[in-house]
Design a protein around this ligand. Structure first.
Ligand code: SF4
Length: 248
């Protein structure tokens, strides 16, 4: 999809298109990116290239552990666990809060209307859903979609940590306040967290509004577009940093 098609698509989504100014050297728009968003350290490779079969074996073990997990009370009310879906070698990892009712039934994160909107957000980045990896902070649905409890997040956190280590994405999108706060170990509001680059296991994290919130407040889609541009700029810097290091 070329840029013109993508812009048309964003407009079709109801997003007023906003683009960063670019010089002939393609310098990011400094007016938008706060000083906190400047990458101060290169993305470190979490997992060295190793035996691919070992990695697959570890991934399968992790999947089995999650499927049979009873480490918190949520195992009593779930229909099934929701491990995550997508490319296990993806550059982009998408992390949400927890499965909802439809996800609990289907065993897949971000299905339903919020999932469709997430697909559109990914599409605006030129990404198919299958090209990223989508996971949640919690692998089991909290009853009545209540917020995850701290002990549940703690019990489940090692699974997400291992997923991130194995996938070794170049960038993470945290969807919504709950995902962002738990991932980044902060109580800051999403309004303060978005628009900046954070880190989880040395991987850059961009916080965007949750698709379910965007369905209720479509006017906020414009801010998501700004955050996606920040994510693309950040990924560009990570790629440059990696290439630079590799060429040294
Ligand atoms: S939410 Fe996580 S820790 Fe709790 S039972 Fe499900 S997989 Fe286990």
């Amino acid at each position: 999809m070329n840029q013109e098609q993508r812009l048309n698509y964003l407009e079709a989504m109801g997003i007023q298109v906003w683009l960063p100014r670019r010089s002939k050297h393609d310098v990011p728009d400094e007016d938008y990116v706060s000083t906190e968003s400047v990458i101060e350290k290169p993305c470190e490779t979490i997992i060295q290239e190793g035996d691919r079969s070992d990695k697959i074996h570890t991934w399968d073990n992790l999947s089995t552990q999650v499927r049979t997990c009873t480490s918190c009370v949520l195992h009593k009310t779930r229909i099934q666990t929701v491990f995550g879906i997508g490319d296990e070698h993806a550059d982009w990892m998408i992390i949400g809060e927890a499965p909802g009712a439809q996800e609990d039934q289907q065993g897949e994160p971000f299905v339903g209307r919020a999932g469709l909107l997430l697909n559109e957000i990914l599409f605006s980045l030129g990404l198919q859903r299958s090209a990223v990896f989508i996971a949640n902070i919690l692998k089991c649905r909290p009853p009545n979609n209540r917020d995850p409890l701290p002990n549940e997040v703690e019990a489940c956190s090692s699974y997400l940590k291992q997923q991130v280590e194995l996938i070794a994405p170049r960038i993470i999108l945290a969807l919504g306040r709950i995902a962002a706060q738990n991932l980044l170990q902060t109580r800051e509001s999403i309004g303060r967290l978005r628009g900046r680059v954070h880190y989880y296991q040395s991987i850059p994290v961009i916080v965007i509004y949750h698709p379910a919130y965007l369905l209720r407040s479509p006017v906020e889609k414009r801010k998501v577009l700004q955050d996606l541009i920040l994510a693309q700029q950040t990924l560009g810097k990570v790629s440059f940093s990696e290439n630079h290091t590799n060429n040294e």
